[in-house]
Design a protein around this ligand. Structure first.
Ligand code: GLU
Length: 431
């Protein structure tokens, strides 16, 4: 462990760092951590490459009787600290490289938050809005059946992500359970509470984002009362984050979704906006706010910006416009490597995804533990343990950043990569 590695080995997946997209960003972050840690090329290559990948065809009988064949993936990036863990995404943008990046980020996220898992991710290239509930059930069950040999409570535990929800997890759990012949709640997390889900899981990512956002604002000397925020994305993560920020006294002045954005100086009435979205499917047209061109949200002069949608939304072309003091990444990979440099040069504090949005997988871990023991915790217990873990990780990242003179993303990645590498080195290389 003495020779610093300045570039990934030519045959390592690290070569993807030369390109663009989530995998290039993930590889660039790993390469920077490996440099800081002084790891050798072989160890870098081992950390850069997924341990296992599976790509499957998913034949789907449509409701009209026609047959369509979809493609799905499951990428298991690392198992050194425990079973692989990570969400399942239904999106037209899913491809293997995106799933590889998301799987790697899950490894670092689990290590940073000290939950006993490696990282994985799944994805199906599908626009779920174009399919009926029955079709989505058939897609989910067939995908589960195809990847069944590599998942399980001790192997790899899927969870919801973009385009999937607790119903998707119930279908996965049922398909797996019927196949093995008994009920296995621990094969997935993010299930409905009625079939072994945890209280507090559905709000966990948003709650965690807000615990970290308030800590980051305090770090910058900003108190919640009177602070302003903009949230990009009003889905599972963004809507909850907006609500909990407002409950903490922060003025959420703008939010957006894929259809547009709305703005209100003085703060939006978030519960009323949630009702509008439940009724219409979008934030657009909300009577309690003014319309805003969606691309202007990222450049608003607010204290806090929460990108809570998809990868790569803060890039070289718009990062210089960010006027927020703090960016807290609710999404996975919203900031490209180029944008990261620009934001740092402009003095913007960026709290990385693997810390900021880890609340979901933390409560997934609690759900898995509860399933295993068939003993259920109260919502207050879940929320208190979530907050304690998030704030402990925040403290650790601040400490490493100060000690080593690193950005928060570098400090978080270095901490996580070191834990994974230590586990690997302690176990040893077989054979
Ligand atoms: N999909 C979520 C994430 O990206 C949750 C993963 C999980 O709970 O396993 O962190």
């Amino acid at each position: 462990m003495t020779t610093p590695v300045l570039a990934p080995a030519a045959d390592a997946p690290g070569e993807a760092a030369a390109g663009t997209g989530p995998l290039a960003d993930a590889q660039a972050q790993l390469a920077a951590a490996v440099r800081a840690l002084g790891y050798e090329t072989g160890l870098h290559a081992l950390l850069a490459r997924p341990r296992r990948e599976m790509t499957v065809s998913i034949p789907l009988r449509r409701d009209d009787g026609s047959v369509e064949v979809l493609t799905g993936h499951r990428v298991q990036h690392n198992f050194s600290r425990g079973p692989a863990k990570g969400g399942l995404r239904f999106s037209p943008a899913v491809d293997l490289d995106e799933v590889r990046a998301l799987a790697m980020w899950m490894t670092w996220k689990c290590a940073l938050l000290d939950v006993p898992y490696g990282g994985a991710k799944g994805g199906i290239t599908i626009d779920p809005r174009r399919y009926s509930r029955e079709e989505l059930e058939r897609v989910t069950r067939r995908y589960t059946s195809e990847i069944l040999p590599i998942i399980g409570p001790e192997r790899d535990i899927p969870a919801p992500d973009i385009g999937t929800d607790e119903q998707t997890m119930a279908w996965m759990m049922d398909t797996y359970s019927v196949s093995v012949g008994y009920t296995v709640p621990g094969v997935v997390t993010g299930k409905p509470v009625s079939v072994g889900g945890s209280l507090g899981r559905s709000s966990a990512t948003s709650r965690g984002v807000v615990h970290i956002a308030l800590a980051a604002l305090a770090h910058r000397g900003i108190t919640p009362a009177g602070a302003t925020a903009a949230v990009q994305g009003f889905g599972k993560v963004g809507a909850g984050a907006a609500l909990f920020l407002a409950e903490a006294g922060v003025e959420v002045v703008a939010v957006s979704d894929q259809y547009g954005a709305v703005h209100r100086a003085g703060g939006l009435d978030v519960p009323a906006l949630q009702q509008h979205v439940a009724a219409t499917g979008s934030v657009v047209g909300f009577a309690g706010a003014d319309p805003l061109p969606a691309e202007r949200l990222l450049g608003l002069a607010v204290d806090l910006l929460v990108p809570a949608a998809v990868e790569g939304v803060l890039h070289a072309g718009n990062a210089a416009e960010v006027a927020a003091s703090v960016v807290v990444e609710g999404a996975n990979g919203p900031t490209t490597a180029a944008a990261d440099e620009i934001l740092a040069a402009h003095g913007v504090l960026v709290v990385p995804d693997i810390l900021a949005n880890a609340g979901g997988v933390i409560v997934s871990y609690f759900e898995w533990v509860q399933s295993d023991q068939a003993y259920w915790w109260s919502a207050a217990e879940v929320d208190a343990r979530l907050e304690a873990r998030m704030l402990a990780a925040w403290g650790k990242v601040l400490e490493v950043a100060a000690e080593r003179g690193l950005s928060l993303r570098e400090a978080a990645t270095v901490t996580a990569v070191q834990r994974v590498a230590d586990a690997h080195l302690t176990r040893g290389l077989y054979p």
